[in-house]
Design a protein around this ligand. Structure first.
Ligand SMILES: NC(=O)c1ccc[n+]([C@@H]2O[C@H](COP(=O)([O-])OP(=O)(O)OC[C@H]3O[C@@H](n4cnc5c(N)ncnc54)[C@H](OP(=O)(O)O)[C@@H]3O)[C@@H](O)[C@H]2O)c1
Length: 344
C-alpha cells in the first residue's frame, strides 16, 4: 500500500517543483493531492503525465493523509502545520516557521539524516533555507575531514527564492527597460532588473538581515554549533539558481587536491573545476539539476588552513522541493512512517 501525499502551495514555485520531483523519483504514493488558497480552487497542477485539480487547504480533511509537503509561507504554516500534524500526517515544511524549534528536526538528508528520528514530538520536520541547504551539503564532508572553524559567505540569490511574483517582477522590469516602459517595484525594495540588491528578508537590530541570520543558526543546528559563520545575502537578476562565494577556515590542514577528492565522492556534490574559461558551474547550468556544484576551489593564502570556493545549486530543487521529497524518502527508508489504512 502506498502513501497519500498532500502538497500545500501546489500552485507556487516550490509546490510545482515538488509535484514534478515526486513524479520523477517515482515516490511510492497511491494518491497525491494539490492544495493552495481558495483563489486557486479548480486550477490545474501537473503531476507527471497527470493533471490534478487544485483544492483549498482550508476545507481539506487531512485524516487519511500520510505526508504533507508544505510550501505556502510562514504564516500559513504556523496556523496549519499543527492542525495537519494533529490529524496524523507528517508535515515537511519549507518555511522558516519551525526551523529553530528544538522539537522540530531541521534536515538535509546528506548531512544529518539521523536527526529525523525525533520528528514525532510535533509531527513536523523543517526544511532549511535554500542558501543553507546547498552550503551544508558541501561543508559537511570537508568538516568531517578537517573541522571547520569559520565560514565567510557571500550569496548571489535568484529571484525565484522570493516566489512566483518575484520572478514576474524581474521579467516585467526587464521588458520595461527594453520598451522604455514604467519600472514598477513591488516585491523588491529596489529595481532588480540589471541590478543587485544587498538585502533579503527583514533587517535585524544588529544590521544583519534575517536571511543572513538564518544561514548562521541553521548551519549550526544542522552541522555543528561550534562553526562560526558570517554572511552577506544578495539578490541578483537571475531567475533560478543560487550561487555562493565561500571562504572556509579549518582547524586542520586540508589541501585543494584533498578537498576536491572528498567533494567528488560526497553525496549530492559534483565538482566542476577546470582553470579555463567556462570551467565552472553558473546558476544557469544548475537549473533542473539535483546536485550541488562546487567550482573554483583554491587556497586562501591570507589565513592558516583556508579554502575558497564557489557553490551553485537549483534553489527550487535542493534548496526546497528536492530536499523535502528526500526527507519524505528518509522517513520511509528509516521505517519511521507507515501508510494509514484508507477507506475502501
Ligand atoms: N523559492 C525558494 O527557493 C524557497 C526555498 C526554500 C523555502 N522556500 C519557502 O517555500 C514557501 C513557498 O515558496 P514559493 O517560492 O513556492 O512561493 P510562491 O511561488 O509565492 O507560492 C506560494 C504558494 O503558497 C500558496 N498559498 C499562499 N497563501 C495560502 C493560503 N492561505 N492557503 C493555502 N495556500 C496558500 C499559494 O497558493 P495561491 O496560488 O492559491 O495563492 C502558492 O501555491 C515559502 O515559505 C518560502 O519561504 C522557498
Amino acid at each position: 500500500m502506498g502513501y497519500k501525499v498532500a502538497v500545500v502551495g501546489a500552485t507556487g514555485n516550490v509546490g510545482r517543483e515538488m509535484l514534478a520531483i515526486l513524479a520523477e523519483r517515482k515516490f511510492p504514493a497511491d494518491e497525491v493531492v494539490a492544495l493552495a488558497s481558495r483563489k486557486s480552487v479548480g486550477t490545474e497542477a501537473s503531476f507527471g503525465d497527470k493533471i490534478l485539480k487544485v483544492k483549498a487547504l482550508e476545507y481539506y480533511d487531512f485524516s487519511d493523509v500520510d505526508i504533507c509537503l508544505m510550501s505556502a509561507g510562514g504564516a500559513v504554516s504556523k496556523e496549519w502545520s499543527p492542525k495537519i500534524a494533529a490529524a496524523g500526517a507528517v508535515v515537511i515544511d519549507n518555511s522558516s516557521a519551525w526551523r529553530m524549534d528544538p522539537d522540530v528536526p531541521l534536515i538535509v538528508p546528506e548531512v544529518n539524516a539521523a536527526a529525523i528520528d525525533g520528528f514525532a514530538k510535533k509531527n513536523i520536520i523543517a526544511n532549511p533555507n535554500c542558501s543553507t541547504a546547498q552550503l551544508v551539503v558541501a561543508l559537511k564532508p570537508l568538516h568531517d575531514k578537517a573541522t571547520i572553524k569559520r565560514v565567510v559567505v557571500a550569496t548571489y540569490q535568484s529571484v525565484s527564492g522570493a516566489g512566483k511574483d518575484a520572478m514576474d517582477e524581474l521579467f516585467s522590469q526587464t521588458k520595461a527597460v527594453f520598451t522604455l516602459g514604467e519600472i514598477a517595484t513591488k516585491k523588491f525594495p529596489r529595481r532588480i532588473a540589471f541590478n543587485v540588491i544587498p538585502h533579503i528578508d527583514d533587517f535585524m537590530e544588529d544590521g544583519y538581515t534575517k536571511e543572513e541570520w538564518k544561514m548562521v543558526v541553521e548551519t549550526k543546528k544542522i552541522l555543528d554549533p561550534k562553526i562560526k559563520l558570517t554572511a552577506t545575502c544578495v539578490r541578483v537578476p537571475v531567475f533560478v539558481g543560487h550561487s555562493e562565494a565561500v571562504n572556509i577556515e579549518f582547524e586542520k590542514p586540508i589541501s585543494v587536491e584533498e578537498a576536491r577528492e572528498i567533494l567528488r565522492s560526497a553525496p549530492g556534490c559534483i565538482v566542476i573545476d577546470k582553470h579555463e574559461p567556462g570551467g565552472y558551474v553558473t546558476p544557469y547550468e544548475s537549473v533542473g539539476e539535483d546536485a550541488t556544484y562546487i567550482s573554483r576551489i583554491r587556497t586562501d593564502p591570507t589565513i592558516d588552513n583556508g579554502l575558497q570556493m564557489w557553490i551553485v545549486s537549483d534553489n527550487l530543487r535542493k534548496g526546497a522541493a528536492l530536499n523535502a521529497v528526500q526527507i519524505a524518502e528518509t522517513l520511509i527508508n528509516r521505517k519511521l512512517i507507515q501508510a494509514k489504512k484508507k477507506a475502501a
